[in-house]
Design a protein around this ligand. Structure first.
Ligand SMILES: Cc1ncc(COP(=O)(O)O)c(C=O)c1O
Length: 424
């Protein structure tokens, strides 16, 4: 196994914390290159969930008994940990949701219903994930607002030179991704937020692909809203975060009515709690929040700068080695890239390629990655994506290249096949 890419961290020891990686799939060692879809979970996170269910499980906020008190403390401690992790001014700026998708829908519905009017413009980019696109389409349709899209250049970066012509005073919201889940592009968030603020636009940053991989500090970024998912950063599925600046959250009406979010209820009307509880109607994902806090502890134990360095080294190495393969087109910026690489090969459709790879225990993703407009922009129906995290190794990438060589051999017409099988 490849020892330390970054000298201070023993990556092999870290990898040992992920029991799921120690298995064979179809008779081969599992190589998990699908962390952009969902990451694996380290033992301390699994143990935190187990500990909660074995010792403290009860509903939060409404019980006067000991277990409910413990569950509430652990849940609110998790909110505090998230606030520290992203540099929020106050834990009350942290709303627990099911994930990035729900966080963005919360803003589109609660903030958007109140503040977006007919003729207003919502600015997005061509590289947005469907979850940072469809909620705004629905809002624009309800309100008679317009959508605008900042273009993406051939190298996979945003066309920031055009920003001033897109960011006019009619723009009420600029929502964009921190890291593209198909291209790996890292957008200049602080700069984009500053420019949006200068025209009075509110900003929303989709941090789904960045929160677990690099330092994300809402004060430094200067964003108004930030959304991310726990499951892409070592935490369980079904837990995510919306960060909103306090004055914005205070100005927003509730979106889900129900228990927990009210102060008092009469038959005809109700009064509501302050944020964040105003936006957390019903029983929340208590264990999920506790798991997210454990994931944050784990990530911070390694250190986000080391994780970023490790993951981007893997992504650059993979992007370089992919160019060795015949008929392969690699997407995304050459200079700076997040922890993933998307590519297409003349040899086979992404679905066939990923199915072939699975025969050798290699888990990748093939398709449009919830980026259909971006795929269209690059003239493809989909790509194959290999995405990495700190438990992956250079050796695994070397093995991926071998498997892809074998795919070229397998999918090429018999008469053009080399007599030597690349995996023999
Ligand atoms: C950039 C980006 N935004 C949003 C999402 C949606 O995240 P979730 O499905 O966890 O809500 C994803 C998930 O792949 C993503 O990569």
């Amino acid at each position: 196994m490849h020892k330390a890419v970054t000298s201070q961290v023993d990556w092999s020891a870290i990898r040992e914390d992920f029991p799921i990686l120690r298995q064979e799939v179809r008779g081969h060692d599992l190589i998990y290159f699908d962390s952009a879809a969902s990451s694996q979970k380290p033992r301390p996170v699994i143990e935190a969930l187990r500990n909660f269910y074995e010792h403290d499980n009860a509903n939060v906020h409404r019980g006067l008994h000991t277990l409910s008190g413990r569950a509430t403390d652990a849940y609110e401690h998790a909110r505090q940990r998230v606030a520290e992790y992203i540099g929020a001014a106050n834990p009350d700026e942290i709303i627990f949701t099911r994930g990035t998708t729900e966080s963005i829908n919360l803003v589109a519905q609660a903030w958007g219903e109140k503040f977006i009017r007919e003729g207003d413009v919502i600015l997005l980019t061509v590289m947005e994930h469907h979850s940072n696109l469809v909620p705004w389409q629905l809002l624009a349709e309800r309100k008679g607002a317009h959508l605008r899209f900042l273009p993406v250049l051939d190298d996979g970066t945003l066309d920031v030179d055009q920003l001033s012509s897109f960011l006019t005073p009619e723009v009420k919201l600029f929502a964009f991704t921190h890291i593209s889940n198909s291209l790996g592009t890292i957008n200049p968030v602080a700069d984009l937020c500053a420019k949006a603020r200068a025209v009075g636009a509110v900003t929303l940053v989709d941090a789904a692909q960045s929160a677990g991989h690099m330092r994300v500090d809402v004060q430094e970024l200067g964003c108004d809203f930030l959304a991310f998912s726990g499951h892409k950063m070592c935490a369980p599925t079904g837990i995510g975060v919306l960060h909103g600046r306090a004055e914005l959250l205070d100005s927003m009406p509730p979106w889900h009515g129900g228990g927990e979010m009210i102060v008092s209820v009469a038959l005809e009307n109700s009064t509501f709690k302050k944020p964040p509880h105003r936006f957390e109607g019903g029983t929340p994902n208590i264990a999920g929040a506790i798991g997210l806090a454990a994931a944050i502890d784990y990530i911070e134990m390694i250190g986000r700068p080391a994780i970023f360095e490790h993951d981007s080294q893997l992504a650059h190495y993979a992007a370089d080695r992919l160019t060795e393969l015949p008929g392969t087109r690699v997407f995304g910026p050459k200079e700076e890239r997040g922890a993933l690489v998307g590519f297409v090969m003349d040899a086979a459709h992404p679905h066939d390629l990923t199915t072939f790879a699975d025969q050798y225990g290699l888990a990748m993703r093939g398709g449009h990655h919830c980026n259909q407009p971006l795929m269209r922009r690059f003239g493809v129906s989909g790509t194959t994506r290999a995405s990495f995290y700190f438990y992956n190794t250079i050796e695994e990438i070397d093995r991926m290249i071998e498997i892809l060589h074998a795919a070229v051999h397998f999918f090429s017409p018999k008469e053009r096949r080399s007599p030597v099988h690349p995996l023999s």
